[in-house]
Structure formats: structure tokens, C-alpha cells
Ligand binder design. Structure first.
Ligand SMILES: Cc1ncc(COP(=O)(O)O)c(C=O)c1O
Length: 382
């Protein structure tokens, strides 16, 4: 019997309309992402590495080129037209982020490079003030390195202890164990919203921009992270008075184009509707889970009931890097390795996984292509 016979059959054309809810038409959405029409190695690109970085819609790409073609200037520092305009756009993007995450105040939105910088900022400011010898920082066993290492650095510096809440074999947090680890010495709890190795989401904004949200009272209480321009209100050699929020935490020239394009990404997502996107991605993940897990020799890593669009898997007897290399020849882009989550790999007893991660522009056809690619991998290494 061929392995292909065990894969659930392809859907009918009618079932493949890829329309979920009113106005969510994936074929139309795909046209918003220029890179998706590329061919890779003579094959149609099947981009399934969205957990590493999602592709960018034309609205985001155009926001960046418009800024550099028409609006480039440094912000907050000039009285000339372009500087004032760039400042206005930068702050408009901040308000867009505020509304998107439903934050009470725009001043609670700090622009950073990404999640890594945001976590280091909190560890080095709030952490340094509030964590002392004997205190504890609580994380979970499914964290990305960026939510482990900054706390290790802090704990080493302060003589504090890093505690790790365990997960079960499906990759779910054991809440009872988590609660048991909460105690009077717990000063910080740092938990990722979704594990990137076992299930994640991305925003379609440009690389190199991210956001830290903090409540005003906490941010006011924290010392600055980096010193330099923009984060000051006045400087003398004797004393520096720091700027108000959010600028206190934004030293130096910010990524103005990135912030503006992040605002464009938010506008794009809002137009499509987050509920529609979530429904579509869940449907796609359910289809992919059924299809890929039905292939003999494939084992999914991370089978939690509540998951976002990530399918991590290993194929019996074949190293994940070899899986990725053969799939690449088919134009299929997935990620292989430890996904910056080595403790997660250790927990599941694997050195690495192959990871297909989905976004709103992926289709069931592409899942089928992935399934066929996996069969080809198995043939090559048979
Ligand atoms: C769950 C999770 N945490 C942290 C990070 C680190 O984010 P960044 O590389 O933007 O700093 C990532 C990146 O993919 C992630 O998926």
C-alpha cells in the first residue's frame, strides 16, 4: 500500500472556495502579498514559515517606500515641515497600536525592536528594581529563548531563582503546577501568549519593530533602559531629567518607517477583521493537523487542544534538516531546528522539529502540497 492512500482525500472544488465568513476571500487576500506570486526553484512558492516572519502586504510595503520617498525626517527634533509630518505619522501609529490592543493611553505604548528587546527592557528596568536575592522569577517550560535568557541574566546578577512551570505531553501548561510555584517570593511571572515551537501568531508588520505595553504606574516607576537622545527632558553634566512616557524608554532615533508601517499592518488586519482571520486560521490548522498527522511515520510535536497556526512535526528516521532541504526543492518554505526553544525540544526528547506555520494567506491547496512534499521526503530517504 502506498502512504498516499492513507492521506484524507482532496476536497471538492466547491469546498475549496476558501471563504470563511463574509468578505474573507483568501485568493483575493493572496493578491495583496506580492511575494506569494514568486516561483522558487521553478515551483510555485508555498510559504509556511510564518512563525519566523510573516510576509508583508502591499499596504505595508507601500507605507515604507512612501515614507522614504516622500516623508523621511527624524522625529521630535525639528521645526521643519518634514520632521513635524514624520512625528505626526509616528505618533499616529502609536495611537493605532493603542486602539488595536485596547490600551488606555498611547503613552503606555513603547516602540521597541521586537519581543526580545521588550523583555530585556523589563528585566533590566523593572527587574533590577524589584528582584532581590532569594526572590523568584516564574516562567514556563514552553518559552522562547528570549523569555528565558533575560531572566537568567537578571537572576544571576541578583542571586534570585528562575522557576519553571511544567507542561504536559501535549504541550499544555499544567495550571495546578503553575499555581503551586506562585509564592511570596515570586516577583515576576513571564509567560508567552503562544509558544512559537508549538503554536503562534504574527502581525504582518515590518521586521525590526515591536511594542511593549505597560500600565502607566509601572512604567513611571521603572528607571530608563537606555540613555541617549529623546529619552531626556534636560541634561547637565551633574544631572539628567528623564522625558515623560513613552519617550523615557525610546532612546535614540526610532524606527520611524517601521512604526508607520506597523500602523499600516494594523489597518490592514482591521479591514479584514481579526475574528475572520482567527476563524480561517483555525480551520486551516484543523485541516493541516488531520492531513499531516495521517501520514504514517509523522509525529506531531505539540498537540494541545487550543493551538494557533503552527504544526511542528518529526518524520521517523529522517532528520528535520533533511526534511526542510527536500521540501525546499519543491518550493515549500518551512523552518527546521530548535526554533529558539531548546528546552521545549528537550521536553519532547527531540533535537529539532520541522515546523510549518500558517498565516491568513495560506490555503488548503498548500497544505496538500506540503503533504505531497512529505511523501516525497519519505521516498527520497526510503
Ligand atoms: C513566542 C516568541 N517569543 C519571542 C520571540 C522573539 O521575538 P523577536 O525575534 O521579535 O524579538 C518570538 C519570535 O519568533 C516568538 O515566537
Amino acid at each position: 500500500m502506498t502512504t498516499a492512500a492513507k492521506i484524507p482525500s482532496r476536497e471538492s472544488a466547491a469546498q475549496r472556495l476558501h471563504v470563511v465568513g463574509t468578505g474573507f476571500d483568501v485568493e483575493k487576500i493572496r493578491r495583496d502579498f506580492p511575494i506569494l506570486s514568486r516561483e522558487i526553484r521553478g515551483k510555485k512558492l508555498v510559504y509556511l514559515d510564518n512563525a519566523a516572519t510573516a510576509q508583508k502586504p502591499r499596504a505595508v510595503i507601500e507605507a515604507i517606500s512612501r515614507y522614504y520617498e516622500q516623508g523621511n525626517a527624524n522625529v521630535h527634533r525639528g521645526v521643519h515641515f518634514l520632521s513635524e509630518h514624520a512625528t505626526g505619522e509616528h505618533e499616529r501609529a502609536r495611537r493605532r497600536v493603542q486602539r488595536f490592543i485596547n490600551a488606555p493611553h498611547a503613552s503606555e505604548i513603547i516602540f521597541v525592536r521586537g519581543a526580545t528587546e521588550a523583555i530585556n527592557l523589563v528585566a533590566q528596568t523593572y527587574g533590577r528594581v524589584h528582584v532581590s536575592a532569594g526572590d523568584e522569577v516564574l516562567i514556563t517550560a514552553m518559552e522562547h529563548h528570549s523569555n528565558i535568557v533575560p531572566w537568567q541574566i537578571l537572576c544571576e546578577e541578583k542571586g534570585a531563582k528562575l522557576r519553571v512551570a511544567p507542561i504536559n505531553d501535549d504541550g499544555e501548561l499544567l495550571l495546578d503546577e503553575f499555581e503551586k510555584l506562585l509564592g511570596p517570593r515570586t516577583k515576576i511571572v513571564a509567560v508567552s501568549h503562544v509558544s512559537n515551537a508549538l503554536g503562534t501568531h504574527k502581525m504582518f508588520g515590518p521586521i525590526g519593530i515591536g511594542v511593549l505595553f505597560g500600565k502607566s504606574a509601572l512604567l513611571e516607576d521603572m528607571p530608563p533602559y537606555q540613555g541617549g537622545g529623546d529619552m531626556i527632558s534636560s541634561v547637565t553634566f551633574e544631572k539628567t531629567i528623564y522625558n515623560k512616557l513613552p519617550f523615557k524608554f525610546e532612546a535614540g532615533t526610532p524606527n520611524v518607517a517601521g512604526a508607520i508601517a506597523l500602523g499600516a499592518a494594523i489597518e490592514y488586519l482591521n479591514r479584514l477583521g481579526m475574528d475572520n482571520i482567527a476563524a480561517y486560521e483555525h480551520e486551516l490548522l484543523a485541516y493541516a493537523t488531520e492531513k499531516i498527522s495521517a501520514i504514517p511515520g509523522v509525529r506531531l510535536i505539540g498537540t494541545a487542544r487550543e493551538r494557533a497556526g503552527v504544526l511542528s512535526f518529526v518524520i521517523e528516521g529522517i532528520h528535520p534538516h533533511d526534511v526542510g532541504t527536500v521540501l525546499d526543492q519543491e518550493g515549500i518554505a518551512i523552518r527546521t531546528g530548535h526554533h529558539c526553544a531548546q528546552p521545549v525540544m528537550q521536553r519532547f526528547g527531540v533535537p529539532a522539529t520541522a515546523r510549518a506555520s500558517f498565516a491568513l494567506y495560506n490555503t488548503k491547496d498548500e497544505v496538500d502540497v506540503l503533504a505531497e512534499g512529505i511523501l516525497k521526503v519519505q521516498e527520497v530517504f526510503a
